[in-house]
Design a protein around this ligand. Sequence first.
Ligand code: DGY
Length: 382
Amino acid sequence: MAPKKWETLNPSGSKRVIVTKQLPGERWLERLTQADCKVEVCTSPDVLSTEEINTAMAGGCDGAIGQLTESWEEELFAALKDAGGNAYSNCAVGYNNVDVDAATRHGIPVGNTPGVLTETTAEMAVALTFAAARRTGESERFLRAGLYKGWLPTLFLGELLWRKTVGIIGAGRIGATYAQMMVAGHKMNLIYYDIHQNKKLEDFIADYGKFLSSRGEPPVSCRRASNIEEVLRESDCVSLHTILDPTTHHLINAQRLALMKENALLINTSRGPVVDEAALVAHCQRHPDFRVGLDVFEDEPDLKPGLVELDNAVIVPHIASATRWTREGMATLAASNVAAILMGYPVWQEPDITPFLEADPPKAAPSILNAADLNLPVYESC
Ligand code: DGY
């Protein structure tokens, strides 16, 4: 394997931070420069192995910004500690690639980037929903192949979602935002499953239902299901918004797919292994009217055999958070986490992290997952 290329930014900085991929925008670098960091960025798009990251940290490293494609586990946190480091941030909100307990054992704070992906990811889930429902990938391939011979009453008939039932599994920030977009935009009824009740979401839908009634229109409804099966059976479209952990691995399997309507849609912008992808391929092969929209895959970047050939699957390469604003925001938050820990700042507690995207951010680390376990001081606004 050829050695990966690295670029040094702010070479006069007194602390050394490695960044395992090039990041968009400039603000993230400003944050690290203000914290007097020399920043070494890997300019290769290939995924770095644990060994390569280990080698990059050797000889002195104060902090690191890593990606969801890397395994930040015991070996790397031990290596970061040995290199004199005490700050890590994932450049992602999800952190199933990080062993936070291992980092805690080594006394290393772990950051992530919540609050800037919500609407962007929800919009992609909506885009995939309608791309799947209205067969846009399939019909575009048909058109580009020169097969269009004129308008036909039977050409690419899809599914109308207006006033139907949308189901979500996981009603956290992204799931709830997707649900609101589908309910308010398309007057759909909602059924959701989550171990926690989302009262704010329920109130939003109740208020929207009252608004519709006040205009003489049928209201919309919202119901929290007592199990996942109910959501799968009743929905015309199901979108997955869970985290990935051992309890959600293969949450959607062959048995659960079999409960869904034959012409339902399944959307996944969460993590690939939440769905048994081989079972999904088999289900789509047997049910041509069942459609899926996938942003994430079980063995990324590889796809399970048969997926690429499916006309009833819309697939995109893990780009749900890929708007410029969001990706620059993620980079800024990740850099702010590392810079703040290296500066000895306390940890922010408010849900709103947007002040960190501004020119004059709070002197705090925006999001540290193991802050309580490490007894880190909490930011007090004056
Ligand atoms: C995340 O941040 O977890 C997303 O998957 C990146 O798109």
